[in-house]
Design a protein around this ligand. Structure first.
Ligand code: DUC
Ligand code: ZN
Ligand code: ZN
Length: 465
């Protein structure tokens, strides 16, 4: 049999093992794993590592972020950046605008993405209203249509929902077999600390971090887990930043609860001191939860290595720095309260974990595959179509040069932001070719194909993995 494409010579890694073989691709699917395969196109990958295409299940693209504020990435630049960083699928959020229903929001995001994506895309919902139509009609219908995960917030005026609302939402997830994702920070505690900081004149970017300390996140993590226990549903805690919140997750599992957890590059590489950089530069690092002290890094690493964390995502939430519609928003220099919240990172997530984890010997290749692709596919209903190099799966494969060393540079990145929080950060191991359903979409850090990405309907979460 002659394949459309054969990848030869690579070390092929999946979450469950590593082998040396050829990968035969036809019709966008992996159809053969073997030796001496024939293909119309042959990709010589000698010396490279073939990993499942990255799945970044936590990104924000084209999301409304307040009057006059604009996210730095639309679907063209956001998925271009993702593909150049070794990803083949991203899962952004669908946030309803004021007065918009969940269904209207999803339709609007689908329209923005359609025809513009260099990766495949599927949307998580954000649930901020719990009226009877939302919970009784829209949410169940959307889950049945393949939007099988949604996020609720315990912080942010206008987004935060009460404990009762979280329980009501969880009841729908239980009935419909969907995954609830929680942003766990205690809004009242933050508001208390923020008001005090402003009264005391502590208004610079650094005080974004001091007003969202570890107990704010630890308490909310504990509460979210307790609510999921009461409702009887599995739960995913997103963007966990510190050891105490991680302990809550580990303890919950020891009690037999089904709790999944996600962490991100910022929590193993950045600190609150970055928010204290000269002038207004600290604003470049404002995200929530905030980066902590470097004492927390080894605790997060233990969680990554030992399995407390199932998912390693970017929480890509990009704003431009030198821009009044970005970090330099009106009032942002007067108070951290007005600084748009989030950092770019979809293109640097995988190289940072590869370099800091695999190359430095903290992480096996297999575990890297699990927490950057396979587990995302399982948790969010895309497995086995996505997240694995195996016969029958989509041919979503990233080729890595494990010895290529160069620093992260804004000038080399493809996102819409005008900075990277990791400027100058030394990386060994870069993705050199990203293949989506058999088509090379990015090579050596640059896009090389038309926007062939499609929308993915998802199955129910596989909560038993
Ligand atoms: N939460 C996110 O998940 N992303 C950006 C900002 C936030 O608070
Ligand atoms: Zn969040
Ligand atoms: Zn996020």
């Amino acid at each position: 049999m002659t394949h459309d494409t054969v990848i030869t010579g690579a070390r092929v890694v999946t979450a469950s093992g590593t082998t040396q073989c050829d990968i035969g691709i036809t019709g966008g699917k992996i159809v053969t794993l073997g030796t001496d395969l024939k293909g119309a196109e042959v990709i010589d990958a000698a010396g490279l590592v073939a990993l499942p295409g990255g799945i970044d299940s936590h990104v924000h693209i084209s999301q409304p972020s307040g009057p006059g504020i604009e996210m730095a990435d639309d679907f063209t630049s956001g998925t271009r950046s993702a593909a150049c960083g070794g990803n083949t699928t991203v899962l952004p959020f669908s946030l309803p605008d004021e007065g918009q229903t969940l269904r209207e929001a999803v339709a609007a995001y689908r329209a923005k993405a359609e025809g513009n994506c260099l990766t495949d895309v599927s949307f998580h919902l954000i649930v901020k209203q719990t009226d009877p139509v939302t919970l009784g009609q829209d949410l169940p219908a959307l889950i049945q249509a393949g939007y099988t995960s949604f996020k609720v917030f315990m912080t942010y005026a206008g987004l935060a929902v009460s404990d009762r609302q979280i329980l009501d939402v969880m009841a729908v997830a239980k009935e419909q077999n969907a995954m609830v994702m929680v942003h766990a920070e205690n809004e009242d505690a933050i508001e208390f600390l923020r008001d005090k900081a402003e009264r005391d004149g502590e208004t610079g970017p650094y005080h974004h971090a001091t007003t969202r300390p570890v107990p704010v996140e630890r308490e909310a993590t504990h509460r979210a887990i307790s609510l999921a226990e009461i409702a009887g549903v599995p739960l995913t805690i997103v963007h966990v930043s510190n050891g105490e919140a991680t302990e809550e997750i580990v303890r919950a599992r020891q009690r037999g609860l089904t709790v999944f957890a996600e962490t991100c590059p910022q929590y193993i590489t950045l600190t609150a001191q970055d928010l204290d950089r000269d002038g207004f530069d600290g604003a470049k690092y404002v995200c929530s939860p905030p980066p902590r002290t470097s004492d927390e890094w080894p605790k997060i690493w233990s969680g990554i290595e030992q399995g407390a964390f199932d998912l390693f995502s970017s929480d890509h939430c990009p704003f431009r720095f030198n821009d009044p519609s970005g970090k330099d928003a009106p009032g942002a220099r007067q108070s951290f309260r007005n600084i748009p919240n989030g950092i770019p990172g979809v293109e640097t997530r995988l190289p940072i974990l590869f370099s800091e984890g695999v190359v430095k010997g903290r992480l096996s290749f297999e575990r890297f595959a699990a927490i950057t692709a396979t587990n995302h596919a399982k948790l969010y209903g895309l497995f086995p179509r996505k997240g694995a190099i195996m016969v029958g799966a989509d041919a979503d494969i990233t080729l890595w040069d494990p010895g290529l060393s160069k620093p992260i540079r804004q000038a080399d990145l493809n996102h819409g932001s005008d900075y990277t929080p990791w400027e100058g950060f030394e990386i060994t191991g870069w993705p050199v070719r990203t293949i989506l359903r058999g088509v090379t979409v990015a090579k050596d850090g640059a896009p090389v194909s038309a926007p062939i990405g499609t929308h993915l309907e998802r199955e129910a979460p596989d909560v038993l993995f």
